[in-house]
Design a protein around this ligand. Structure first.
Ligand code: UDX
Length: 467
């Protein structure tokens, strides 16, 4: 099937590359010339597990362009442009409108492509776009018959391709049967799981294909917001209990484990830490709060989830304040800048809040991240921090270290050396990545998040625990 994907960001590129790999003929369109040039030369500007490899394998089926002139040849046009938040929390639909009108401008044939909105948009937008586009082409003297469907994505950065090949569900929101049929044809290889998996992305154990949800556009749109708001709330919930656990000298890791065995709760998204970040949770939670407000309704749980997350990011500073002898003038090393491991994305990353609070307190900051430092430097060129070349380099002369992203590399770091090079011995594990007893035995004053430490500090190392 001939498909155009508009928007070559995380979602658009992942979708385009996946569909091309599955045998569709895909054109990825973006108005960013530099980005398209780089994609044409075979390099993806996005750090995403497996993307380069799969893009290379699918190269015969994928092309990149800045021009809308070919959209009319496509059976499906997928719109995956950004819907960033405005200052009032509402989603900015400017890019979407531009894309829709540019497509509408090309229509002229008897047969129209199906327009599919993959961008996260306020409920009602898909229907609104259908009205807009048909009005536009009627104005040009064409028959108004364009169908617009909603097909939200649930891709996690760092796992985006895997989530695209092996999703939990595919949600289709459409108003007519022919749209459902065409979309089911598009996703047939994923629904039936009858493709050869890319070597670098084997299917998850026991996976037998996604659930298919065929529903109305407004339901599909709301499924996306409700899912992200729920996940953000779930993390904020465990983070709130993490604070309580510390007060009670309990261990939130054990509490999460004990909760997670209940199938009604599930063990995912129950890891306490310095809070969630990234481009979706905050943006989508704010957008749905503001949509509800327009209808005179308050989404109290979602508002609180945001508030708890803001509060959670402050725990690092408050822990350091109680542990460091003198905060101003001390040196703190930040381990991890990206909002989570497996990506160089620094949007709404907790690291930015932590760094800014510590700088305000007169702390000297060193930072290290295996992949996100270049992005960080570009985004904050004037920030007064020192970039280190490795975790060991970071540790030199630090009074305290703060781990904010649970990169695998940190798990395997040379803690003996790190401890030796530090001036102080304080370690704040903002993701509960490391073994508290092992860290204490290396000589660190170790604190995780929500892990009672008063009594545990006195516990000897369990046998088999390093060192
Ligand atoms: C999210 C949704 O998962 C995805 O379905 C949607 O399409 C886009 O938004 P993403 O932002 O890539 O994906 O990251 P995700 O893996 O969901 O993590 C979000 C944040 O939550 C990260 O900062 C992560 O560190 C944090 N998190 C996650 C926790 O703090 N604890 C957890 O238990 C899980």
């Amino acid at each position: 099937m001939q498909v155009t994907v508009i928007g070559a960001g995380y979602v658009g590129l992942t979708t385009g590359v996946t569909l091309a790999y599955l045998g569709h003929r895909v054109t990825v369109l973006d108005n960013n010339r530099k980005l398209i040039r780089s994609l044409k030369s075979g390099t993806s500007p996005i750090y995403e597990n497996g993307l380069d490899v799969v893009m290379q394998q699918a190269r015969d089926n994928i092309s990149f362009t800045c021009s809308f002139s070919g959209v009319n040849d496509s059976a499906i046009v997928i719109i995956a442009v950004g819907t960033p938040p405005k200052s009032n929390g509402n989603a900015d639909l400017g890019f979407l409108e531009n894309a829709v009108l540019a497509v509408a401008n090309q229509l002229g044939a008897e047969k129209y492509p199906l327009i599919v909105i993959k961008s996260t948009v306020p409920p009602g937008t898909t229907y609104g776009v259908q009205v807009l586009i048909n009005k536009f082409i009627s104005g040009k003297g064409l028959r108004p018959g364009v169908s617009v469907a909603a097909n939200p994505e649930f891709l996690r950065e760092g796992n985006a391709l895997s989530d695209a090949f092996y999703p939990d569900r595919i949600v289709l929101g459409a108003g007519d049967q022919s749209a459902f049929s065409l979309l089911k044809e598009l996703y047939a290889p994923i629904l039936e799981q009858n493709f050869e998996p890319p070597h670098c992305l084997p299917g998850p154990k026991g996976y037998s294909g996604p659930a298919l949800v065929e529903t109305s556009p407004v339901n599909a749109e709301l499924i996306k917001y409700a899912s992200n708001a729920f996940l953000a709330m779930k993390i904020s919930f465990i983070n709130e209990f993490a604070v309580l656990a510390e007060l009670l000298d309990a261990d939130i890791v054990e509490v999460s484990r004990g909760m997670g065995f209940d199938h009604r709760i599930g063990d995912k998204f129950l890891n306490a830490g310095v809070g969630w970040g990234g481009s979706c949770f905050g943006k989508d939670a704010s957008a749905i709060i503001s949509i509800a407000r327009k209808y005179g309704y308050t989404l109290s749980l979602v508002e609180t989830a945001l508030e708890v997350n803001r509060r959670q990011r402050k725990i690092v500073t408050s822990k350091l304040r109680s542990l460091l002898e003198k905060v101003p003038g001390s040196t703190v090393g930040i381990m991890g800048l990206s909002f989570k491991p497996g990506t160089n994305d620094i949007r709404d990353t907790p690291a930015t809040d932590v760094i800014s609070e510590l700088l305000d307190l007169g702390v000297f900051i060193k930072v290290y991240d295996p992949v996100a430092m270049e992005n960080y430097r570009k985004q904050y060129p004037d920030l007064k921090v020192e970039y280190a070349a490795s975790p060991v380099e970071l540790a030199r002369d630090c009074d305290a270290l703060v781990l904010l992203t649970e990169w695998d590399q940190f798990k395997k770091a040379d803690w003996r050396k790190i401890r030796q090079l530090m001036k102080g011995n304080i370690f704040i594990d903002g993701r509960n990545l490391l073994d508290p007893r092992a860290m204490r035995n290396w000589g660190f004053v170790y604190q995780g998040v929500g892990r009672g430490f008063k009594t545990r500090e006195l516990e000897p190392a369990a046998s088999g625990v390093e060192p």
